[in-house]
Design a protein around this ligand. Sequence first.
Ligand code: ATP
Ligand code: MG
Length: 194
Amino acid sequence: MTGRIGILGGTFDPIHIGHLIVGQEVLHRCRLDHLLFMPSGEPPHKQYSEMASPAARAEMVRLAVDGHSQFVLSTFELQRPGKSYTVKTLSDFRKDHAQATLFWVVGADNAIDMKSWCNPEGVLDLAQVVVVSRPGFDVTCVDPLFRQKMIFIETPLLEISATEIRRRVRQGASIRYWVPNAVAQYIASCGLYR
Ligand code: ATP
Ligand code: MG
């Protein structure tokens, strides 16, 4: 894969329309050739045992991007053992895609948190970091040293999270339109998040 490649990493537990709408906006605004949705293996900041299986999270991404010629499921992180640190993922990914221009896409919540990442300066050297809006997170709180190297894209403020979707499923509330139809059907048929 060459050209301008964006990567949106996440647990995608499950993928939802927030990811897809901001993804589409970044694709357009950064003139990307492809946007890869890359489910994380073992995220450093999350309780792994409580998550849906890697296979289920990847399948939901696959269903969500199906039919979009520029959205792609990437299992790159899932195929790697151990904790997934962005800097390691990016440097390995870059080895396989030496000709590509890489964009690492994060929500404002993650960007504010960047100080706690493993080697954030390394991440900023390996890819253009693109920050999208997220309600409740003020991008002026991002460390100024990081901020000057980032691209900020104002995206629609979507008060949607996977946490809220899991809560709704647990409580028997509808998630129609919160996730693509095929993803809602998959969640129901596998009995996820109950
Ligand atoms: P959880 O509630 O389980 O943390 P989430 O909705 O935050 O799930 P993640 O898989 O953690 O989803 O997010 C992957 C990436 O997408 C992160 O960079 C996150 O900031 C971004 N993101 C998720 N939801 C939104 C949203 N509604 N608007 C903008 N960015 C979002
Ligand atoms: Mg999150």
